[in-house]
Each structure stands twice: as structure tokens, then as C-alpha cells.
Design a protein around this ligand. Sequence first.
Ligand SMILES: Nc1ncnc2c1ncn2[C@@H]1O[C@H](COP(=O)(O)OP(=O)(O)OP(=O)(O)O)[C@@H](O)[C@H]1O
Ligand SMILES: [Mg+2]
Length: 510
Amino acid sequence: MDSANPVVELKGITKRFPGIIANDSISLKLHKGEIHALLGENGAGKSTLMNILFGLYQPDEGSIELNGEQVIIDNPNKAIELGIGMVHQHFKLVQPFTVTENIILGMEPKKYGLHVDYKTATAKIKDLSDQYGLKVNPNAKISEISVGMQQRVEILKTLYRGADILIFDEPTAVLTPQEITELMTIMRRLVEEGKSIILITHKLKEIMRISDTVTIIRRGKVIDTLKTTDTNPNALAEKMVGRNVSFKIDKKPANPGEAILKVRDLKLKNKEGISVLNGLSLEVRSGEILGVAGVDGNGQSELIEALTGLRKVDSGSVMLKGLEIMNQNPRQMSEHGLSHIPEDRHKHGLVLDFSISENMILETYYKAPFTKGGFLNQQAITEQAERLVKQFDVRTPSIDTKARSLSGGNQQKAIIAREIDKNPELLIAAQPTRGLDVGAIEFVQEQIVSQRDQGKAVLLISFELDEIMNVADRIVVLYEGRVVGDVLPEETNDQELGLMMSGSTVAGGH
Ligand SMILES: Nc1ncnc2c1ncn2[C@@H]1O[C@H](COP(=O)(O)OP(=O)(O)OP(=O)(O)O)[C@@H](O)[C@H]1O
Ligand SMILES: [Mg+2]
């Protein structure tokens, strides 16, 4: 590392939004061949800073230098021209197009000035994918491939455009553990070949495992820049949130009562006629957190959609407190006392162009006290929103701010606040801590445990084995659309769960 000659230098970057200073005179140096992690609380200003480097926003103050020369990056095309690529948290791929079409979109090589020269493009993509170990199927449609492969397409797209500086904004939030390991290998390969990387992640283990340098920001300001080998997860967490964070949740033993949710023999075939739910049965009792473990794509999404009224199943039974509710619609499900923290917060959790206060009453606006005598009661709505924003530490300039302009983690906190506040009989929490900072994770997990301590039933679906092991009172493992294991966290371990998740039968169980 040559500290004299950074490839990128951000100098005193300041960016203001209405009611907030998102970046407050931030300076940062990125060196050639370096993986520089950017760590900070939800809303600290990480994505804003990277959006400035990628030309999506203009700074109010400060400057950017590339290889010692000042540059103005006033749009993403300019950034690409300068060799900067960004892999966004929410991918920007065209679903019905193929992998190759997406990679060359906007820069198709032309033959005789007429036709797109796919042969040249395909050859170049193949070279890049071999060079960096980015395995993709060039002819597959985006809608048919896994999230991990979509991300590789995004990376190839930036490399195809000649990027030397790569920005990754929370690339691992949506990946499975196996895909994360693959991504880490790819990132290593990229820096070995002379690329430089800025990596945003909330996962401290990943920072320790892959980064050379880490910069911590809090409320728009740089707190510190450290060599990764000179720090550790506890120190990083403390610098980031300004207090000590415990990574192990403190909870009393569960005291389960009657079964609140009884799912029997759910069956569902998808459009292609493949069984995605294959006789799935489970029970969640009051005062119990049932964790659902499994590799992505083994029926988790379909189970959640069936339980929340978003998808009809072919047969089976779903009983909530003794009432058959299978194939009812989402509002009916909600009326029966079901809350849902969805895995896709943009699709099902929030209306992005509504204000925070409107989002807080999305499912309850038609009821008292929010509607009275046929009219919306603005004061009650305001009070509700103010209370939830405070209680759940949703960082927003005001409750009238649109959900769209909140940081990713704060959007998630807003949904969790609304769903837990409904005081449900059954809380379905799908990937509830995805995209949250370590301080917010601790808070949300405590809220989930507090629900079960109040006698509620909780169904927790998570790809994070740590989270399942830490929070759940009992664990079921899904494989190919049914439950293949039912164990207690204190009687199992990651290896055993891993085996069941891969379909191997394990002796024992309950
Ligand atoms: N387009 C925008 N309009 C108004 N405010 C914005 C906009 N984009 C970001 N903000 C605000 O700027 C602050 C920083 O947001 P940013 O998205 O950079 O946070 P972050 O560090 O990436 O957080 P997270 O970890 O939750 O993704 C937040 O308070 C956010 O509400
Ligand atoms: Mg962000």
C-alpha cells in the first residue's frame, strides 16, 4: 500500500438533504489493490457518499481526486468513463433480458454500424468471467437466475465497462453463506488484478475477513480509519454505535402454551408443475419463537406468502387460534391477528412514495382512532407515527418524509415498528434484521423476544444461522418444501443444521 498515492481521494465531502446533513466533511483515501470497508449505523451516510462518487448526487462542498487529479463526476456515465463501477444494493437489471443482453446494455458493440455484434460481446464476457471466476450462464434470463448470479452479472457489467474502482453497497445482505464465500473469493481476485474496492457491509465478520482498511462513519462524520489487522469486531461495533454491543441475546427460557398456528400438509405446485410445498406441517405455540432454517429456495418464500395471504396454496390447512384461515386475503389475515415483517421491504413492506406517517397506518388507517366518523383523524395519525419513530429509533428528518428517502436500514426499522405495534397473536418475521446495523439488530431481536415473553407466537425465518441459533426457542429445517428436522438450539450445532439443510437425514431429533 502506497499511502502517498491514493487512486481515489474524497476531500471534505458535505451533502445536505432537507433537515439533515448526510455527509459532514468526509475525507477518505482508497489505494490501488485495497479493499476499503465503510462501516456505520443505518443512516450514517454511507450510500450517500458512494452515490456521490458514482455521480448520482453532487456534493454541496468538497472535491474528488482520481490519481491526484481533481474531477467533477456529475453523472454515472462520467463515473463509468473514469473507471468507477457500482454494484447497488437493489440490482438494476432488466428481468426479461438475458445475462449477455444486460451486460452489454447501452454499450453494444456494432458490426458495420448496424447489428449488435454478440459474438465479440460474448467472447469478451467469457474472458472476464474466466479471469475473475465469475461463473454465469450467458444465455439465461435474469428472471430465472438466483440472486447470487444476478450479482455476478452486475459485477461483470461494471468490468465490461472497464471499471478499476468498484463500489459494493451491502453486496452480502441478500446472499446465502455459500454465495458470500464465493463473492469474497471474487473480490480477492479483483484486487489481485489491480482493482480497488470500497465495500459497505454491516457484517463485522466480513470486514475482518476481507478488508485491508476500515473507515467508520457516524451521523455523517468520519470517526476513524483503521488497518483491519489493528482492530476487532467489538472495537468496531463500539466505535460505530458509541456504546458496547452484546452479540449474544440475553433471554429467559421460553414458556410455551397452546398452539397458536397449526400448519398441516401444505401443498403447492408452481407454474412449471414443480412441488414447492411438499406436505409442509408445523406448529408455533404461544410464548415460543419457532426458527425456520434452510437454504434459500426450499419453500420459505412460498410458506410465508401462504401464511400471509399473498399466495393461494393447492391443499392443506392453516389454523390460527383454532380458525381455518387458509387462502384468505392479506387484510383478513391481518384482522385475525397476524403481523408480517416481509423479506422484500420494497415490494410488500412500504409504499415508497407515501410519508412515514402514512406508512405507519397502512393496515389500520380505516380503524379507530385513525378514522373517526368516516374521516381521517390527523392528530391520532401524527401521534402514532411520532411515537413509533421515537420508540424504534427510525432516523428520519420528520414523519412527513417519504419512505423512499430513508436509508435502507431505517426503512426496515419503520416496518418492524408498525408490525410489532399491531400487537399480533402471531408475528411472522422474514429476514427481520437484513440490512440493519449491529446496534439495531440487537434492538430488533430484543423486541422479538419481548413479543414471545408477552405470550405471542413468533415465526422467524432467517438465512443467518447465528440469528436462528441465538433467537429461536425451537428450530425446524426446511428442505424441498417440507420440514426435515425439528430441534432445540441447545441440542444442535451449525454442522448438524447444515447437514439437514442439505437434505441429509440426521439421527435423533424430536
Ligand atoms: N434522496 C434523499 N433525499 C432526502 N434524504 C436522503 C436522501 N438520501 C438519503 N437521505 C438521508 O440521508 C441520510 C443518510 O442516508 P444513507 O442512505 O446514506 O445512509 P446509509 O449509511 O447508507 O444507511 P443504511 O445502512 O441504512 O443503508 C439519511 O438520514 C437519509 O434519510
Ligand atoms: Mg445504505
